[in-house]
Ligand binder design. Structure first.
Ligand SMILES: NC(=O)c1ccc[n+]([C@@H]2O[C@H](COP(=O)([O-])OP(=O)(O)OC[C@H]3O[C@@H](n4cnc5c(N)ncnc54)[C@H](OP(=O)(O)O)[C@@H]3O)[C@@H](O)[C@H]2O)c1
Length: 194
């Protein structure tokens, strides 16, 4: 079984965005050192637009070959006129309302989200599946999450969009690694205790 990894950016107090989901205050922490880390360890998580702007189109994927997004997260790309924000990966978008996929590289998941994720996890591949977010889709998929990679930026939000939009329940993880950056960002990697 390959892994589903929730690779996500959040505030110190665990919010992935402000109450509307906007995480733009965090962008300032993607400085040279942090970008080098992304380029080396998670190049596929840089959007196609970002890769083009930085001349990184050729970077080979290191961890993931597939990305799963909720429609609200995907909508940010659509609103910017981009129909395939991670065209270097196989893209899945959960939606009951979009109707028809706006891009040949994007497959819609319209029903049985958990079943589809289990199908993807059962595929034979060296690379895993990136759960991009947002909160609602992550909340529905919490039981399927095998790994967390949390990019924590040194900001407190006070309130906002939680990492998991789910009911209270305790789920245990084991800390695998922590990397600290000069600008105060931390990247923690956890494995699910099964
Ligand atoms: N900080 C980060 O790293 C990060 C990462 C990703 C996203 N975000 C933020 O997260 C925000 C969006 O999060 P969100 O919680 O509002 O929404 P979301 O999880 O991205 O998307 C929710 C939508 O997904 C679809 N969906 C959910 N469950 C489904 C199911 N079982 N079957 C089919 N479709 C399903 C529905 O789309 P329909 O309404 O079309 O049916 C639902 O409205 C964005 O503002 C973004 O900025 C932050």
């Amino acid at each position: 079984m390959r892994h589903l990894t929730y690779f996500v950016a959040c505030s110190i107090d665990g919010f992935i965005g402000d109450p509307s989901g906007d995480a733009s205050s965090m962008y300032q922490y993607v400085d040279e050192e942090f970008l080098d880390f992304l380029k080396t360890d998670y190049p596929e998580t840089i959007s196609a637009g970002g890769r083009a702007a930085l001349g990184l189109e050729g970077l080979e994927s290191r961890r993931f070959d597939t990305v799963v997004q909720g429609r609200a997260s995907y909508q940010l790309a659509l609103d910017a006129g981009v129909t395939s924000p991670y065209g270097h990966l196989r893209e899945y978008v959960a939606s009951r309302t979009v109707g028809e996929s706006p891009d040949a590289n994007v497959t819609l998941i319209t029903e049985d989200l958990v079943g589809k994720i289990r199908e993807l996890k059962a595929e034979d591949s060296e690379l895993g599946i990136w759960l991009c977010g947002g909160s609602r889709v992550a909340g529905e998929l919490l039981d399927e999450v095998d790994e967390l990679v949390i990019k924590t930026y040194p900001q407190v939000y006070g309130s906002g969009m939680p990492m998991f939009g789910s009911d209270f329940a305790v789920t245990d993880f084991t800390l695998d690694s922590v990397r600290a950056f000069d600008n105060g960002a931390l990247v923690r990697k956890y494995s699910r205790k099964r």
